[in-house]
Design a protein around this ligand. Structure first.
Ligand code: AHG
Ligand code: MN
Ligand code: MN
Length: 335
C-alpha cells in the first residue's frame, strides 16, 4: 500500500499548484487540525477523562453548556492565539469576539467555530464534531471588531469540520473541492483518504427532526408529506429518513452518499430565523456542500449570499442533494 498523503503535504502541494493557501492560512489549518486531534483525544476518554456531563453554565444563546463544549472551546483558543496567523476568533460558546492578545503578533485571518457540535449526543456516545470557518480581516480595518466578522459566507477562504465518530475525520475546503482526511492515531497525523467528494444530485433520504412537524411552514410540510407518501404518492418513490441530531454527522453522511438535511424556521418562535447558527454552522457547511456539487438555501436565498447582521445570528437551513434542495426552495416561492 502506498503511503497516504498527510494533511501537511496536501496543503503544501495545493499551494504550489493553485496558490490558494498562503503560509499563514496553512499554519492556521494545521493548528486547527492539531486542536481537533486534542479534542478527539478528550472525546475518546469519555467518563475516564471526566469530560462528560454539564458544566453548569449557559452560553450567550441560553443553552446549557456541557463540559466538552468548554474544553473544546479552550483547546481551539489556546492552540490558535499565539501563532501570528489570526487577528481574532469568534465562537458559538463565547458572547464576544476574542481578539488575539497584544503579547502575540496579529495575523490577517478571522477564525469562527462551533467547538462542539451535537452537544446532546456527548453523553450517549454518538458522533459529535467541531465546525470551523475562516475569513480574511477586511483590508483597511486596523483594530479588529465584531463588524469585521459580518461577512457573507461566500467570502470564506477555508471551511471544514472534524467528526469524532468511529473514525475521527477532518473534512476541508479551500474553494477547490472537498477533501477528507482520517486521523491515523499511530502516526498522530491526518491522512488524505478521499478527494473530489461529490454529493449525488438526487436522493431518497431526508434528514429532519420530525417531532417539530406540526410547527413547520407549509412548504416544508408539503415536501416531507410527499416523501412520506412514497411510491404511491406524487414522488413515485420511497424515501428513507435519518436524524442523528449532530449536524456534523448528518452532513458527513450527505457528503458520503447524498441526502437532504433541513432545520427549518418554525412557528413556535416566529421571530427566530431558525435554530442553527449562520456563522458557525450554516456558512461552513453550505460551502462544503456547494463545493461537493450540492446546494444550500434558507428556503428563499442561497445561504452563502446572506449578509449577516449579528455574530450569533440564526438561520433556517435546507442543504444537500441539489435537485431536492431546489424542490423545497421552489415550494417556498409558491406560497
Ligand atoms: P450544538 O450542539 O452545537 O448546539 O448544535 C446542535 C444542533 C445540530 O448539530 C443538530 O442538527 C441540531 O442542533 C439538533 O437539534 P434537535 O435536538 O432539535 O434535534
Ligand atoms: Mn452546533
Ligand atoms: Mn456547539
Amino acid at each position: 500500500m502506498t503511503k497516504p498523503i498527510s494533511l501537511s503535504r496536501y496543503l503544501v502541494e495545493e499551494q504550489r499548484e493553485r496558490g490558494n493557501i498562503p503560509a499563514q492560512l496553512r499554519l492556521l489549518l494545521e493548528v486547527v487540525a492539531r486542536a481537533c486531534k486534542g479534542i478527539s483525544h478528550a472525546v475518546n476518554k469519555g467518563a475516564l477523562g471526566d469530560v462528560l456531563g454539564s458544566a453548569g453554565s449557559e452560553n450567550v444563546q441560553g443553552e446549557v453548556q456541557k463540559k466538552l463544549d468548554i474544553i473544546a472551546n479552550d483547546v481551539l483558543i489556546e492552540a490558535n492565539e499565539w501563532g501570528g496567523h489570526l487577528a481574532a476568533m469568534a465562537s458559538e460558546e463565547m458572547d464576544n469576539i476574542y481578539v488575539v492578545p497584544n503579547r502575540y503578533p496579529q495575523g490577517e485571518y478571522l477564525l469562527l467555530f462551533d467547538p462542539l457540535d451535537g452537544s446532546s449526543n456527548i453523553d450517549v456516545n454518538v458522533s459529535i464534531g467541531t465546525i470551523f470557518s475562516v475569513l480574511q480581516k477586511p483590508e483597511g480595518s486596523s483594530a479588529v471588531s465584531e463588524q469585521d466578522f459580518l461577512q457573507a459566507g461566500a467570502k470564506q477562504v477555508a471551511a471544514g469540520y472534524c467528526v469524532y465518530g468511529p473514525q475521527t475525520m477532518l473534512v476541508l475546503t479551500v474553494g477547490d473541492g472537498v477533501v477528507m482526511f482520517t486521523l491515523d492515531r499511530e502516526q498522530g497525523s491526518f491522512a488524505l483518504t478521499q478527494q473530489n467528494v461529490k454529493v449525488p444530485e438526487d436522493t431518497q433520504e431526508f434528514s429532519i427532526n420530525m417531532s417539530n412537524m406540526r410547527h413547520w411552514a407549509p412548504p416544508v410540510k408539503r415536501y416531507v408529506d410527499e416523501c412520506l407518501q412514497g411510491q404511491d404518492g406524487v414522488r413515485g418513490k420511497n424515501f428513507n429518513m435519518r436524524w442523528i441530531a449532530s449536524m456534523v454527522a448528518d452532513v458527513h453522511r450527505i457528503l458520503m452518499r447524498g441526502g437532504i438535511f433541513m432545520y427549518p424556521w418554525d412557528q413556535r418562535e416566529p421571530n427566530k430565523q431558525g435554530k442553527l447558527r449562520l456563522m458557525y454552522e450554516a456558512n461552513p457547511m453550505s460551502w462544503l456542500i456547494e463545493q461537493a456539487g450540492g446546494a444550500s438555501t434558507n428556503g428563499h436565498q442561497r445561504i452563502l449570499d446572506i449578509q449577516p447582521t449579528q455574530l450569533h445570528e440564526r438561520v433556517s437551513v435546507i442543504l444537500g442533494s441539489k435537485n431536492e434542495v431546489e424542490r423545497v426552495t421552489a415550494y417556498h416561492a409558491k406560497v
